[in-house]
Design a protein around this ligand. Structure first.
Ligand code: UN1
Length: 504
């Protein structure tokens, strides 16, 4: 299996324009959760080569910031074209390295194409406001300028889309990017960088606009601490964000944090279960529960709880678990053994805290991949929102708790420290409105009759509280990659001070 997978991966890399011999080395293993084994060895970066990459990106940005934004948009548009052309090959690498099923891997690449198109449109819409001045013959305006170098730290679970959200916006807004991907997904990162380099060459943009650094946290620290990196956009655990956020803040850098979620779906008595159940199954068990937006808590009205749990359990029992390359598979492997261990640990704690396992939780073993870690997605009924429920376990566990009235559901919903994504399933409009109102769910994403995962790129993506407060992708998230400049222009030929101040 590993030999086949190595050959398949090498083919995909070549199709994507990667010089496989040039990346080979012995510093780091490229692994696949499909086998749990190493595919081949890679070269890694050092603190020194990271500092060089930052310097090169900084120099590239100096030229790039003077290129008109709509022209910058052409480079990103070209990246979108190359992604469209290479969609299959890149999705194949996403499956190999992150273990995503084919359809989700293709969806992730589609998300990249979408953001490139969005960013190109945006390149003509980096609007600044003009405000009326209180002084005669004066104009007051805001304009937006590039920040410099944007450092992107990304996680294994969206190995390519999260980079593209940041990179597409950072590039059209006139920045250069230095990317530190998860060590688990170096190959997809190498492939994306090859495509970006091609887009840069095809559009005659500065060659060092998109640098990649491969390796462990030590090189990430160089990125986080470098005063040349104006913005650090980091996706990962809240624990990681607790380190990155204060370190960037200590040097007055800007950070965009997309951290842990503990997303809940509320199921009201009036919910259309034909919509609710499949939506919850996708959000909770899809991607093997490894999205930051995965549904981890089900807050269900007591009058429908048994029926909903029963329907979910039936759906869970029919989920095809296995090789993500197989079209019929819906649940692929967990990323590694640690992830499996953490899931087992949480299930044991849930039991100690009064939980009752409804279904799932056991390992599914395949002869061809003894070191792979597949699990049956689990549903656990909990007596209340205990400690284990308050915490994000990055695996397919759905904790079920019941409520009696909507106010209680909202209270339970908001009681966790994280605030990324939420959803309510209801046919009662007043209830839906209440849930999305200021007095409702406290997340960055609040859906109605739609699951917590699978957001479109057009909306700003991110969450509150321990999720970190950052926003990426749609609407005005581009402002996170630019500095705002306020300008007063005096064309009156006289001196007039604001606020009516008289200075002789
Ligand atoms: C993530 O898991 O870090 O909304 C991002 C979603 C995807 C992005 C998830 N569009 O589930």
């Amino acid at each position: 299996m590993t030999t086949d997978l190595t050959a398949r991966t090498t083919d995909a890399l070549r199709t994507l324009g990667v010089d496989v011999d040039a990346i080979s080395g012995s510093d780091l293993d490229a692994r696949s959760p499909l086998t749990g084994q190493s595919l081949f060895g890679l070269k890694a970066d050092t603190a020194e080569s990271t500092a060089q990459a930052i310097d090169a990106a900084y120099q590239a940005h100096l030229a790039w910031r003077e290129v008109p934004a709509p022209v910058r948009g052409q480079t990103v548009a070209r990246l979108g074209e190359l992604l469209t052309e290479h969609k299959q090959a890149l999705a194949e690498l996403v499956t190999v390295e992150a273990g995503k099923i084919k359809s989700e891997a293709l969806g992730e690449v589609q998300e990249m194409i979408d953001i490139c198109q969005f960013a190109q449109g945006l390149s003509r819409q980096l609007y600044g406001k003009t405000m009326p001045s209180e002084r005669a013959g004066h104009r007051l305006q805001e304009s937006w300028h590039p920040m410099g170098v944007v450092g992107v730290i990304s996680a294994f679970n969206f190995p390519v889309a999260v980079w593209s959200w940041n990179t597409a916006l950072a590039l059209v807004t006139g920045n250069a990017v230095v990317w530190k991907p998860s060590e688990a997904t170096s190959l997809t990162a190498i492939a994306c960088t090859a495509l970006l380099d091609r887009a840069i060459a095809d559009t005659e943009a500065p060659s060092d606009l998109g640098k990649l650094i491969i390796g462990d946290r030590a090189i990430g620290e160089v990125l986080v601490d470098s005063p040349k990196v104006a913005v650090v956009s980091a996706t990962g655990s809240t624990r990681m964000g607790r380190e990155v956020g204060p370190r960037v803040a200590a040097r007055f850098g800007r950070s965009i944090l997309e951290l842990g979620g503990n997303n809940a779906a509320v199921v009201a008595p009036s919910a259309d279960l034909a919509v609710a159940v499949p939506s919850i199954v996708f959000a909770a068990a899809g991607t093997a529960g490894q999205r930051c937006t995965s549904t981890r808590r089900l807050i269900v009205h007591e009058s429908v709880a048994d029926e909903v749990v029963d329907k979910l359990a039936k759906a869970y029992d029919s989920l095809a678990i296995g090789d993500p390359f197989d079209e019929s598979t819906l649940v692929g492997p967990l990323i590694n053994a640690d992830s499996y261990e953490r899931m087992q640990q949480s299930l044991a704690e849930a039991k100690e805290q009064g939980g009752e396992l409804v279904t799932g939780g056991d390992r599914v073993e395949f002869d061809h991949a003894p070191e792979g870690h597949w699990v049956k997605p689990a549903i656990v009924r909990m007596p209340s929102q205990t400690d284990v429920v308050m915490r994000e376990t990055f695996a397919p566990i759905l904790y079920v708790i019941t409520y009696t009235d909507l106010a209680e559901a909202i209270e339970l919903h908001n009681a966790v420290p994280q605030g990324l994504s939420s959803g309510i399933f209801t046919s009662d409009q007043a209830e839906a409105e209440r849930f999305i109102s200021a007095a409702g769910a406290d997340c960055g994403i609040v859906n109605v009759n739609t699951g917590t995962s699978g957001a479109e790129i057009g909306g700003a993506f991110g969450g509150e509280k321990e999720t970190g407060g950052g926003r990426e992708s749609g609407t005005d998230a581009w402002q996170g990659y630019m500095r705002r400049q306020t300008t007063t222009i005096n064309y009156s030929g006289t001196v007039q001070l604001a606020q009516g101040v008289d200075f002789g």
